[in-house]
Design a protein around this ligand. Structure first.
Ligand code: NDP
Ligand code: 2IT
Length: 442
């Protein structure tokens, strides 16, 4: 069966899962390069298995709100691939969550985790629960109910969930507490834990910092640096905040951040202490920024891609940068787009950016710093020790440099220099495929 034929099988099996099909299509597009040069590396048996999750768990999550009313959400955990390690990946809490979104995220995670060089398989979970506007007590009751079902499927050597959209330190803490209460097992079953109970220094910063380390490696390889560049970032959550921090430390000026209601533009560079106060302490909205900085602007209902910048780092959600946005970015002189979010750039936008000579890096490579640091948290938990911030940060930078090297060198090896998406997909795939073949048809 060739890649086109297998893609038709995947479509037939889940015709409505558009995000998942988009993610598979992108990977298959890259694998066509191997199909042409080295068909023997594409085993039919491996390909057929890699697009089907090993296990999909869907469950009811009932909880009682502050008014005493029962609420019901749907919980998911997709254990996609365990060829190179225990399932590993975050939990997304957002009203848009459905099986397609969790499957696309789980599929991406397989290749991302392989690129980190650490022994982690691919998984993802979540729920259509919306933590926004809920009290701490409601969030706690939801997280406890979610874990009361999930605990039987996970474990430190089985499946290790973590944060994603809507799941931060608060939610991981509540889930960890409930897991421990049910199992009596104090172990590294989740990552992104608080620093007083097994969390790793640098995990909070890791995805955003890692994105900038990857981008820095890419820029260096192309003869430039962050220094003096203007950067547009979308989102104002965990990834966006720490991408803004590191890009600024590396000499860039970050001029935008956003949330699902609009974006802020500050020509003087984002005041990140204020953003942290609004988002991390008050759990407020990004438009509150202009209350303190009236010289900055807030644009409601728009995304930040019409702003003039050299480098764009989409850090909010999937398909948030489309072909119209890509055209605006190119017209304004952007030369580099590295993804902090998972699949934020639409296929047409990726094509347009690359055709116009923009360096483009896919999230499964450039945002792998978060899960890489989670892997380091697992190592520390297994050894019952903790490394300093500097030690973890140094390891993180080393891993991101190595991921960039794999993307660059694999792209060159297959005759597609600077097409980092091809390098990422092929390098990640070959590692997992080799392990799957060695373990037989399971
Ligand atoms: P957070 O929940 O901390 O922040 C998410 C941000 O994205 C918020 O500003 C949110 O705005 C915005 N956003 C979410 N959904 C939408 C939407 N539908 N339209 C517009 N804006 C939206 O999540 P993270 O920062 O952790 O995650 C951001 C991205 O990075 C996701 O794609 C995630 O999968 C990816 N990622 C995260 C990692 C991590 O370690 N946390 C690791 C690797 C990738 P609002 O408040 O209005 O919803
Ligand atoms: O998309 C991702 O890589 C994450 N949300 C982080 C997963 C993790 O296990 O740390």
């Amino acid at each position: 069966m060739n890649l086109n034929e297998l893609y038709e099988v995947v479509v037939k099996r889940q015709p409505n899962d558009k995000e998942f099909l988009q993610a598979v299509d992108e990977v298959f597009d890259s694998l066509k390069v191997i199909e042409e040069v080295h068909p023997e590396l594409l085993s039919d048996d491996v390909l057929k298995r890699i697009v089907e999750p090993e296990r999909q768990i869907i469950f009811r999550v009932p909880w009682v709100d502050d008014n005493g009313v029962t609420q019901v959400n749907r919980g998911y955990r997709i254990q996609f691939n365990s060829a190179i390690g225990p399932y590993k990946g975050g939990i997304r809490l957002h009203p848009s969550v459905n099986i397609s979104i969790i499957k696309f995220l789980g599929f991406e995670q397989i290749f991302k985790n392989a690129l980190t060089t650490l022994p982690m398989g691919g998984g993802k979970g979540g729920s259509d629960f919306d933590p926004k506007g809920k009290s701490d007590a409601e969030v706690m009751r939801f997280c406890q109910s979610f874990m009361t079902e999930l605990y039987r499927y996970i474990g430190p050597e089985v499946d290790v969930p973590a944060g994603d959209i809507g799941t931060g330190a608060r939610e991981v803490g509540y889930m960890f507490g409930q897991y421990k209460r049910i199992t009596r097992d104090f172990s590294g079953v989740l990552t992104g834990k608080g620093l007083t109970f097994g969390g790793s220094l640098t995990r909070t910063e890791a995805t955003g910092y890692g994105l900038c380390y990857f981008t820095q490696a890419l820029l260096k390889d192309n003869g430039t640096t962050f220094d003096g560049k203007t950067v547009a970032i979308s989102g104002s959550g965990n990834v966006a905040i720490y991408a803004c921090e590191k890009a600024t430390q590396l000499g860039a000026k970050v001029v935008t951040l956003s949330d699902s209601n609009g974006y802020i533009y500050d020509a003087n560079g984002i005041d990140l202490d204020l953003v942290k106060e609004i988002k991390e302490v008050k759990r407020g909205r990004i438009k509150e920024y202009v209350d303190v900085h009236p010289e900055a602007t807030y644009v409601a209902g728009e995304r930040p891609w019409s702003v003039k910048c050299d480098i764009a780092l989409p850090c909010a959600t999937q398909n948030e940068l489309d072909i119209e946005d890509a055209k605006k970015l190119v017209a304004n002189g952007v030369f580099c787009v590295c993804e902090g979010a998972n699949m934020p750039t639409t296929p047409a936008a990726i094509k347009y950016l690359m055709e116009n000579g923009v360096y483009y890096a896919p999230g499964k490579a450039s945002n792998a710093g978060g899960v890489a640091c989670s892997g380091l948290e697992m190592s520390q938990n297994a050894m019952h020790l903790s490394w300093t911030f500097e030690e973890v940060d140094e390891k993180l930078e080393g891993i991101m440099n190595e991921i960039f090297r794999q993307c660059r060198d694999t792209a060159i090896e297959y005759g597609h220099e600077k097409e980092y998406v091809i390098g990422a997909n092929i390098a990640g795939f070959l590692k997992v495929a080799t392990a799957m073949k060695a373990q037989g048809t399971v």
